[in-house]
Design a protein around this ligand. Structure first.
Ligand code: F6R
Length: 357
C-alpha cells in the first residue's frame, strides 16, 4: 500500500535506503561477510566471459554491473539489450556465462534469449525481484533483489537493488579469486544507504530544479562520462517515460559529434560529475553546451564540486556513485511529471511488465 504517499513512485524512491540495508542483511553470513551461493561463484569462476542480458532500466543497471565485475573481479563482461541479442547474437566466447537482470522476471524479450542460451547448454543466473518468476524458474540460479514489490511503472528501487547485488557478486568473486580489494563493501553500502537517505530528504530542492528547468521545456539532455554516462541513460529514461519530455542521455565527449546541434537557448542540460578522472572533461563539455545557450544543472560529488554546481551529493565509494547519483534524477523526473500533470505511476503506452516480444 502506498499509505500517506501520493504515488507509489515516490514511496519506492524513499524505500531505497531500507532496501540497501535489507540487501546487506540478506547477503551476510553469520560472520557478517557478504556471501553468494558457492555454486554461483563456481559458475562465475568457470566462465571466460559474462554476458548480461536485460531491457530498459535493468539494462542500465547491467552497464554499471559490467564496470563492477570487470574492475573488481577482473572478468570481461558484455551487456546486451535482450531484444537485439536474440535476433543478432554476437560471436560468443568459449565459456560464456549468462546473467539475466529483470525486476519482474517476466520480460518476454529477456526470456527469448534465456530459451536460446538454455538450448545451447549455457549456464544462466537470473537477478530478479520476484521469486518463482519465469526467468527465475528457467535459469540455473537466482539472486534475489529483496526490494519488495515495485508497483510504479517507472523502476526505481529495483535499479539500485540490482546494482547492489551485482556489486556483492563482484566482490564475492574477487574474494574467491584471491584478489585483494582495499575497501569493505558492507561499510560502503551502509554509507550509500545513509547518503540515499539524505538525498531523499532533498525533495524540495529537486522539486525546485524540476520546476526551474523542466516545467515547459520540450527536451532535456543528460551528460556524463564513465559510469556517470550510464546513470545519465537511466535519468533520461525516467524523465521521458513519466513526463513525456524528450530526454537523451549522452556521453559527454560524444555530444560534439552531432547532438550538440540540438542545443538551443535555454535547453536544459543536466550534467553528472561524480568521477574524479573525468571531472575536468565533463566540466569542459558543460562549457561547450553553455556556449550554445544551454541552461546547465551540474550535480556533482563532494570533493569534486565547484561554485557553479547546482547540487552536491555527499561522497560515497567512487565505483558506487550510481547508487546515489540516480536518486536526484529519479526525484527530478518525478516532480517534472507531477508539475506537467502526468499520471506518474501509470504513464501512457507502458505496462509494468512487458510480456510480449
Ligand atoms: C523503466 C522500466 C522498464 C523496465 C524494463 C525491464 O522504468 O521499468 O524499462 O526496466 O521493461 O523490465 P524488467 O526489469 O522487469 O525485466
Amino acid at each position: 500500500e502506498k499509505g500517506t504517499y501520493p504515488h507509489y513512485m515516490l514511496k519506492e524512491i524513499d524505500e531505497q535506503p531500507f532496501v540497501m540495508r535489507r540487501i546487506i542483511q540478506k547477503y551476510q553470513d553469520e560472520n557478517g561477510q557478504l556471501t553468494i551461493d558457492p555454486q554461483i561463484i563456481q559458475e562465475v569462476l568457470n566462465a571466460d566471459r559474462i554476458y548480461i542480458i536485460a531491457c530498459g532500466t535493468s539494462y542500465h543497471a547491467g552497464l554499471v554491473g559490467k564496470q563492477l565485475i570487470e574492475k573488481w573481479a577482473k572478468i570481461p563482461v558484455e551487456v546486451h539489450v535482450a531484444s537485439e541479442f536474440s535476433y543478432n547474437m554476437p560471436l560468443l566466447s568459449e565459456k560464456p556465462l549468462f546473467i539475466y537482470i529483470s525486476q519482474s522476471g517476466e520480460t518476454a524479450d529477456s526470456r527469448a534469449v534465456l530459451v536460446q542460451t538454455n538450448n545451447l547448454g549455457y549456464k544462466a543466473i537470473t537477478i530478479t525481484n520476484v521469486p518463482g518468476s519465469t526467468l527465475s524458474r528457467e535459469a540455473d540460479y537466482t539472486l534475489l533483489l529483496h526490494a519488495g514489490p515495485e508497483i510504479a511503472v517507472a523502476s526505481t528501487k529495483a535499479y539500485t537493488a540490482q546494482i547492489a547485488v551485482l556489486a556483492i557478486l563482484a566482490v564475492a568473486t574477487a574474494k574467491a579469486k584471491g584478489i585483494e580489494l582495499d575497501f569493505d563493501l558492507v561499510k560502503e553500502l551502509a554509507i550509500v544507504a545513509n547518503v540515499m537517505e539524505m538525498l531523499c530528504d532533498a525533495k524540495e530542492e529537486m522539486e525546485k530544479i524540476a520546476r526551474e528547468y523542466l516545467a515547459v521545456t520540450r527536451n532535456c539532455f543528460f551528460i556524463g562520462r564513465a559510469v556517470d554516462y550510464y546513470v545519465c541513460l537511466e535519468g533520461a529514461l525516467k524523465l521521458k517515460e513519466i513526463s513525456y519530455i524528450q530526454a537523451e542521455g549522452f556521453a559527454g565527449g560524444e555530444l560534439k559529434h552531432g547532438t550538440i546541434a540540438l542545443i538551443e537557448d535555454g535547453t536544459p542540460v543536466i550534467a553528472l560529475a561524480t568521477q574524479e578522472h573525468v571531472n575536468l572533461s565533463i566540466r569542459g563539455n558543460v562549457k561547450e553546451v553553455v556556449a550554445r545557450g544551454a541552461n546547465p544543472c551540474i550535480i556533482s560529488m563532494r570533493g569534486l564540486e565547484t561554485e557553479e554546481d547546482r547540487f552536491v551529493i555527499p561522497a560515497v565509494h567512487p565505483m558506487l556513485t550510481p547508487l546515489v547519483s540516480v536518486v536526484p534524477l529519479q526525484l527530478i523526473a518525478y516532480y517534472a511529471a507531477l508539475h506537467r500533470g502526468c499520471d506518474v505511476d501509470k504513464p501512457r503506452n507502458l505496462a509494468k511488465s512487458v510480456t510480449v516480444e
